[in-house]
Write a protein that binds this ligand. Sequence first.
Ligand code: NIG
Ligand code: FE
Length: 381
Amino acid sequence: MSSVMVTGVGELVTLDPAHGHGLGVVTDAAVVLEDSVVAWTGPAAGAPAADEAVDVGGRAVIPGFVDSHSHLVFAGDRAAEFAARMAGTPYDGGGIATTVAATRGASDEQLEANLLRLLGEMRRQGTTTVEVKSGYGLTVADEARALALARRLTPETTFLGAHVVPPEYADDPAGYVDLVTGPMLEACAPHARWIDVFCERGAFDADQARAILEAGSAAGLGGRLHANQLGPGPGVRLACELGLTAVDHCTYLDDADVEALASSGTVATLLPGVEFSTRSPYPDARGLIDAGVRVALASDCNPGSCFTSSMPLCVALGVREMRMTPDEALTAATLGGAAALRRDDVGHLRPGSRGGLVVLEAPSYLHLAYRPGVPLVSQVL
Ligand code: NIG
Ligand code: FE
């Protein structure tokens, strides 16, 4: 066993109730890691001995971000679609078919290289745990290969065969649901931890989503849902009724949706990069938090609705555009993401934490929202 002491931490965000509520901030702090797992945190003056020491020179240290929603296995990009959107064409998910065609035509090596590039980009911005979805293959073989590629790089893989109905099934959506719940699920389940459905007008309705989620659950997968992104709908209430771990987007909610979220404990994952990149109204994070809903922030990094991999950007948007406090936004991007993945070993710096430390090029975590667009991650340990 080898131990490392990280010293000279001007401000340490532990999210450990042992260090007080909220962020559990300790100033002039140290962290001791044993074989990369947090063994001790607290004021530097009381730190136990360690084999080696790393001095971070007064910088702030936070837990690695937990990005609980991304779509990184794809080929091509849709920059022209983005430019058209900025000129007034609304986002309706129709561009997904463009990425499906490019992804089907790409080699495993191309898909893996793109995935590695994006994961590297995320890590340099402080993300140490990431969920990756399939959903741009939409055949048995293409969905299974996307998940097999992703599974080598993260345990948090999600089968999203129910992203949209692919063009070859346009006249037979029920046949496509049978494929997803039958042979596709069978081929994908060994490489996935989760199953997800895009429950929205133009994609899958509530009955289809229920059937797909139930089949996934019977195959041992946890459920999550894309819902209420493009307009109001039944998805959020379905997610709560089924007791899913998380329901994502939550942009268009009514009072009954908020109440269902608050009483079910299903995590509402907000993806403000999508609203930024589609020029849409932001979800009401303030209202959700005040109603007692557990929220997470995630990137939704994908080539269509939101091609950012930056959790610091999501934190800044949460604070500036969704009226979260900086503490709420950082909590949602770490502990909230961990809750959305049912993980208790990441998203904090408590003894036993495996989620890594992020050293900021700043004296305080407040700079994440205060200095938007600035590369603030100096080191990921
Ligand atoms: O989370 N909403 C569905 N899926 C993605 C967008 C996919 C795309 O446009 O390629 C999302 O926003
Ligand atoms: Fe998504």
